[in-house]
Design a protein around this ligand. Structure first.
Ligand code: ZN
Length: 185
């Protein structure tokens, strides 16, 4: 559970730590405001990603389903800074498909936690494997990390791309190639 009081205390300390005065006019509501915002951006901590995938529809077809350009916003656990971008998810149904908005909801739940992009990519793939029992899943995430672009090496616009493959996608370069072709369409 999110403990807003603790977050408020921490933000006050943080402000002091950078040499600010948490009592000054512009900052006096900041700790409470940040605590409320954290409640929202970390709402996935308490959310179960299997819920949106529980409602499935029966299908005969086993043609690839691709949902691309799902926008997401997450927080890097190494720097507590945002990383954000697009998720692309493909799967080969074996009798079951999820409602399209449900894939976006699954991404949203995993994004609303402290994350590293590699783990989030795998979690999305594993959730689909578990709840839709498809022939295979492929997930690609492309994201800009503020901890990279705002400091240090400062490469604005540079994106990190991560891939997770499961099931029939694993040893099938042709299937993977088809996924990338469909992404470019
Ligand atoms: Zn980072």
């Amino acid at each position: 559970m999110i403990d807003r009081e603790k977050i408020e205390e921490a933000v006050k300390l943080l402000l002091e730590g950078i040499g600010e005065d948490p009592g000054r006019e512009g900052l006096k509501d900041t700790p409470a405001r940040v605590a409320r915002m954290y409640g929202e951006i970390f709402a996935g901590m308490d959310a179960d990603a299997s819920v949106p995938l529980a409602k499935v529809f029966s299908v005969e077809s086993s043609e690839m389903v691709l949902e691309k350009d799902i926008t997401f916003y997450s927080m890097c656990e190494h720097h507590l800074m945002p990383f954000y971008g697009k998720a692309h998810i493909a799967y080969i149904p074996e009798g079951k498909v999820a409602g399209l908005s449900k894939l976006a909801r699954t991404v949203e739940i995993y994004a609303a936690r402290l994350q590293i992009q590699e783990r989030m990519t795998g979690q999305i793939a594993d959730a689909l494997m578990e709840h839709l029992a498809p022939g295979g899943v492929m997930v690609v995430l492309e994201a800009e990390h503020m901890c990279m672009t705002m400091r240090g090496v400062k490469k604005p616009g540079s994106r990190t791309v991560t891939v997770a493959v499961r099931g029939v996608f694993e040893d099938n370069p042709m299937l993977q190639e088809r996924f990338f072709r469909m992404l470019r369409m």
